[in-house]
Design a protein around this ligand. Structure first.
Ligand SMILES: [Zn+2]
Ligand SMILES: [Zn+2]
Length: 275
């Protein structure tokens, strides 16, 4: 096994930002670019983008649909804010929350992978990624400093291994989201397995609740992380992986873990299944 990874180092992050087709990372100065359709999925070359299109097509459409849906939500949020007076604080828009979630996912990628590797207990159940997703629930810190870094505006409320079967039964996802995620997951897993050196693909869902109208919408960012030879440094067994995950996020965001103890765990009952 290679050296354990320093999860908050730049090189670790680069190692985990990969072309969605060939898994080449930006570590060795491969410049990655985003799909212009959805502005989300990363590629190292036009050729990889072309090869990936048959499977990306659905995801690209979903990403775009989501974008316009969120714009619609934003409109309602802004309308409501205008009617409630000028001196109320600026509301949190769904598009902003989405961007912040993506910033979080990007900043904490190696750390999230490490937590997922342990949550799914892949060291002992090497095919666990075929049945379980890693689900992270974040809480956006209220009244954040607008000048703060977008990725630093969350704390981890819960992190669980979530069986795909349970995902299907979760009431708040009955809009077909579970099926979409599962379908995408199967496609990603198939593709990644054809890349040399890949052992499997972990599905990671990072969600946060949006308190504005429509009430209680939870926004998710889903990522698929292939692992294998290239991620050996992050495949470290940790018994207290959840504490490490929560505390490292707090530390990297410049907050002290002790100060959060009183609020942690609030409001997670609804999703505590399959843990
Ligand atoms: Zn590529
Ligand atoms: Zn796209």
């Amino acid at each position: 096994m290679s050296e354990p990874l320093i999860v908050d180092s730049k090189s670790a992050r680069r190692q985990f930002i990969q072309c969605q087709q060939c898994r080449k990372s930006s570590e060795h100065n491969h410049k990655l670019f985003k799909c212009t359709g959805c502005d989300v999925t990363l590629y190292c070359s036009r050729e990889c983008q072309r090869k990936h299109w048959p499977s990306h097509k659905t995801r690209c459409r979903i990403n775009q649909e989501q974008k316009s849906l969120f714009k619609e939500y934003d409109k309602r949020i802004l309308e409501k804010a205008t009617s409630s007076g000028a001196d109320s604080p600026a509301p949190l828009l769904t598009t902003q929350l989405t961007d912040e979630l993506r910033a979080f996912a990007s900043k904490f990628r190696p750390l999230v992978f490490q937590a997922a590797f342990n949550a799914l207990d892949i060291a002992n159940h090497c095919f666990a990624w075929q049945q379980l997703a890693f689900y992270v629930i974040l809480e956006r810190i209220p009244h954040v400093d607008p000048a703060s870094r977008p990725w630093s505006r969350f704390r981890v409320l819960e992190a669980i291994a979530l069986p795909y079967m349970a995902m299907r039964m979760m009431k708040q996802w009955d809009n077909g989201m579970a099926e979409t995620v599962i379908e995408q997951t199967l496609a990603q897993q198939r593709e990644h397995l054809s890349v040399e050196g890949t052992i499997g693909t972990i599905t990671i869902m990072i969600g946060a609740r949006c308190d504005a109208e429509p009430k209680g919408v939870a926004i998710h960012d889903t990522l698929w992380m292939a692992f294998g030879e290239h991620s050996q440094g992050a495949m470290v067994i940790e018994d207290k992986w959840r504490d490490t995950f929560v505390d490292t996020v707090e530390r990297m965001c410049g907050r002290s873990p002790e100060a959060q103890a009183s609020t942690a765990g609030a409001g997670v009952e609804a999703v505590r299944i399959g843990a």
